[in-house]
Design a binder for this molecule. Sequence first.
Ligand code: NAD
Length: 497
Amino acid sequence: MRTIEHWIGGTAATAGATSTAPVWNPATGEHQADVLLADPAGVDAAVAAARDAFPAWSQASLSARTKVLFAFRDLVHRHARELAELIADEHGKVVSDALGEVQRGLEVVEFACGIPQLLKGEYSDQVSTGVDVYSFREPLGVVAGITPFNFPVMVPMWMHPVAIACGNTFVLKPSERDPSASMLVARLWSEAGLPDGVFNVVHGDKTAVDAILDHDDVAAVSFVGSTPIARYIHERATATGKRVQALGGAKNHAIVLPDADVDYASDHLVAAAMGSAGERCMAVSAAVTVGDAGDAVVEAVADKAAKVRVGPGRDESSEMGPVITAAARDRISGLIGTGEEQGARLAVDGRGLTVPGHDDGFWVGPTVFDQVTTDMDVYTEEIFGPVLTVLRADTVDAAIDLINANPYGNGTAIFTSSGSAARRFQRGVQVGMIGINVPIPVPMAYYSFGGWKDSLFGQSHIHGPEGVAFYTRAKVVTSRWPSVEHPADASYHFPTT
Ligand code: NAD
């Protein structure tokens, strides 16, 4: 059985770990590898490597850092397919979708290649006679990233390219369910010329995470995962004085107005609900039809959902792969049963799906519920599977109120041909990322990604300008160079201009 090791100080390492977790192939149900689970000593080894690398890396010139970033960008581009296949084999998503994930991560690397521009400070000449004021930003030190299973390349890349470009050193604790892609990323950083110890990978579960949160030498933590863990990470890491951004779970609504093109909206709803088997934090899991849009939308969505081709991620004809584990399959199937019991109308039932030749895979087919109400478990739970729930609202304002009553505020979308309705929606909805006829409005790398309410703990969104601010702290210098013609004029009152 293959063992997936940590990456510490520029090389694969066991760091004394003895316990492991199984890594499955979700399409076959095969136990394909074991991943090491670090204990606190293992985490300490990774943090020590990062701490030792920080003085030199933080002093590396912007040109030297940019050179490494451009080389890394090139290597990720060249290894995109290999990364996508690793994702498909451990996560289960189809290779074309995984390639899209790598591309969105690559865009953050490209953003970070512009670090000389992004780190420019400010300068104010002659704020008082002979006095200038200027600001610049410095890295924090060792920063850590703790990431979920659903985007094993893209989500870590929301973090490490920006953190490293800013002059920090990095410890990544990826999801223990699909850890291999992070090891290839580590090798690519190394090949790009990144000094040993600047990027480290430590695998593990709660024990490793807690060791990171409590470690005195970790200055900041970026987390992406479910809401209960995000809340916990924020509380525990801020208690030890760390800077924290913790992005949580979601229940993303898309509203469909009667003036929307039903074919366009239903195509996009099905793709946004079932793509990646619904295991996306920006997946649309609740469609809210307004007025008399409902019946036509449900009929079109059910028809299209039933035709989604489900199969292994490596099969190019597959549109949707399996879910991550047998436990996830059973949980999702259980929730579908609860939805029926609680009175929702099951328009398409994905339970019990089998894929010929892949009998032991973790399959759940596309599922659509109509007549869902806000008290049902299929609405209140983040199902994180290929399940679309359809709710009905009488007016746009009622649909906006419904969205705003939900505790999450990650992403949302509106399908309409009315500019004024779209504008009312974008202004009224309490959600961080909004799509207008765009179902999965993930911001480009040069904007920042983040939700509101229970989808984010901490102030900072991730990547883009807020990412640069998160991974740096500012200094403001007030400077005077007295000349012999102007003798010292120190004064005891509070300085003003
Ligand atoms: P998760 O919260 O179970 O795990 C995330 C990370 O936390 C993993 O590295 C895991 O090892 C660690 N972890 C798990 N349990 C822990 C515990 N008790 N104590 C400390 N650490 C723990 O999430 P997941 O199942 O891997 O990913 C799916 C979730 O992530 C969904 O809720 C999804 O919405 C969310 N997500 C959010 C975003 C976003 O941008 N807001 C993006 C991707 C995924």
